[in-house]
Every structure is written in C-alpha cells, then in structure tokens.
Write a protein that binds this ligand. Structure first.
Ligand SMILES: C[S@@+](CC[C@H](N)C(=O)[O-])C[C@H]1O[C@@H](n2cnc3c(N)ncnc32)[C@H](O)[C@@H]1O
Length: 277
C-alpha cells in the first residue's frame, strides 16, 4: 500500500511539480529496483494459478467489525473467508465496505453492468470485490508489473490467475496504463502513486512514477458518461491526486473520507468520484 509522502514529495498539493526532484539516495534505490523489475519482466516466471488456503472462519474481530462484515455478506452474498486467508478476506471486506459506503454517502447511482478497468491492480486480490459491487460486463486489471516473484516461488501472474480463475469476463493485462488505449465506463484506482516515496517502498523504479500521464490517460480512456473512482491514503495524498485529476481535465463529483475502515490505517481512506469536464 502507499505510504506517507516523503519530505521532497510534499512540496505542493495544489500544484504538484511536473518534474519532481529526486535525492541521490532515491535515485540509487530506484536503479536497484529497476534492475529487479526489468529482470522479472524479462524472465516472466509463471508456474500455475496460485490459490490461497481459506481461513474458513474469521475470528478475533471486534463486535462492530463482525456486524459490518455480516451486513456485507448478506448484501453481496459473499464469504471471502471461504476462499481466502484471513488477511486477504479482511482486506476484501475492507475494500467492499469502502465501495459500499462511499457510493451511498456520495449519493451516486452505482454504474453497474459496464466495462470496468482497475488501474494498478497489483495481483488483483480484490477482483472479486469489484465484481460483486459493479457486476461488470467485463472487468480488467492492469498493472505495469506482472511477474514479481514471491517467496512462495509463485509470481504475481500466478496469484492473479488464482484470484480471477472463476470470475466471468475478467482479465489481467501487464502494461503501463499510460500507454493503453482502453475505453471504460468505470475506471478505478486504489492508492495510485501520486508521490515518489511509495513507489520505492513498493520496490519499483521511479521510471514508473508518472501521475501526470496516468491521470491524462484515465481522462482520455473514460467513456463520455463514465466515472473514475479513486481511493487515496489520507487527505494530503487525496489533495495531491485531486490536483493531477483536475489538471487532466476531470471534475470532482464527490468525495468521502472513511471514518472507521475495517482495517486500521495510519491515514483514513479518502474515496472520490470524477467525471469528464
Ligand atoms: C500502491 S500500489 C496499489 C495496488 C492495488 N491497487 C491495491 O490497492 O492493493 C500501486 C500499483 O500501481 C501499479 N502501477 C504504477 N504505475 C502504473 C502504471 N503506469 N500502469 C499500471 N500500473 C501501475 C504498481 O505496480 C502497483 O502495483
């Protein structure tokens, strides 16, 4: 997940610099990550779809968490713990809760049955959540890094294959979204990089950090009546992301700060909806 912005990245939230300045240390770390990134994308290691060992039941939850999760289970007919580990199951309930509450609080109709693209989906562990919420005609996850190798010996590609195996009309594309021609009715982005520090924390090179181009491409790929749904970590990061969105020609149609997410974070998730200007 994205972490707090670094001192160098906090320069201005209203007008982020077009060319950020990187310290010597940041550039060294970036070069190191670049090496591994290029290696894994060159080798494209893949064994077979990876399936988690299901937790079965979720225990040790506080009463308010149990109540909220029970509500989501009933409303969406899902039980993530029957498919995923405790960590992934809770994380999915958390994202579903954000979606569920954000659209209600922003008082917006949920755009169901459309073409949905998630930008920067990592291993797409939350594909089932997006599927349950948007009931899409098609669902596509896009990530610039597809073949990161995990300590289990499986790659990100294998993990994605497991997560989307039984989801209809769902796919994963390894690509730099900034270069993708791909119109969609709904585009989602959960914790996109809008400052450089989280890029390095995710062990990626700074060459993939291009929030300006990313937002421009989102604006370009969004269908005329489409919605861009974004979640950022904390109000500062959300303000930085909003500046990029506005610069790309998107207009804000709603924002909501989650007061009590199912999984505690140092900064509250800030959800926002955007439309073409
Ligand atoms: C902070 S992570 C968030 C991952 C995921 N959305 C989640 O909530 O767990 C950002 C992700 O965006 C991906 N990413 C960054 N730049 C990208 C680009 N230009 N095109 C596609 N994916 C990108 C990264 O590889 C990383 O997986």
């Amino acid at each position: 997940m994205a972490t707090a912005p670094s001192a160098t990245s906090q320069a201005s939230h209203d007008c982020p610099p077009l060319k950020p300045h990187y310290s010597f240390g940041q550039r060294c770390r970036s070069l190191y990550h670049e090496l591994w990134f290029r290696l894994s994308e060159g080798i494209r290691w893949s064994r077979r779809p990876y399936h988690e060992i299901p937790a079965g039941r979720l225990t040790e939850l506080s009463p308010w968490q149990t109540t909220r999760i029970d509500g989501l289970r009933t409303r969406y007919g899902l039980a993530f713990e029957s498919l995923y580990s405790r960590h992934t199951a809770l994380a999915n309930y958390n994202y579903l809760d954000v979606l569920d509450q954000a659209w209600m609080r922003m008082d917006r109709p949920i755009p169901r049955h459309g073409i949905v693209t998630d930008v920067g989906c990592a291993n797409f562990w939350y594909a089932r959540t997006l599927h349950a919420f948007f009931r899409p005609a098609t669902l596509k996850g896009v990530d610039v890094e597809g073949f990161r190798l995990y300590p289990t010996g499986y790659s990100r590609y294998d993990a994605v294959a497991g997560y989307i195996a039984d989801l209809p009309q769902t796919s994963f594309v390894v690509a730099n979204y900034c270069e993708l021609e791909d119109q969609a009715d709904v585009i989602t982005a959960w914790f996109p990089f809008v400052t450089p520090a989280p890029v390095l924390a995710w062990r990626l090179p700074l060459t993939v950090f291009s929030p300006e181009q990313l937002c421009a491409r989102i604006a370009r790929n969004l269908a005329p009546d489409g919605t861009f749904f974004m979640v950022n970590q904390g109000v500062e990061e959300a303000a930085t992301a909003a500046a990029y969105c506005r610069r790309a020609g998107l207009r804000s149609v709603g924002q909501w700060i989650h007061p009590q997410p199912l999984r505690a974070r140092p900064h509250p998730p800030v959800a926002s909806c955007w439309a073409k200007s």
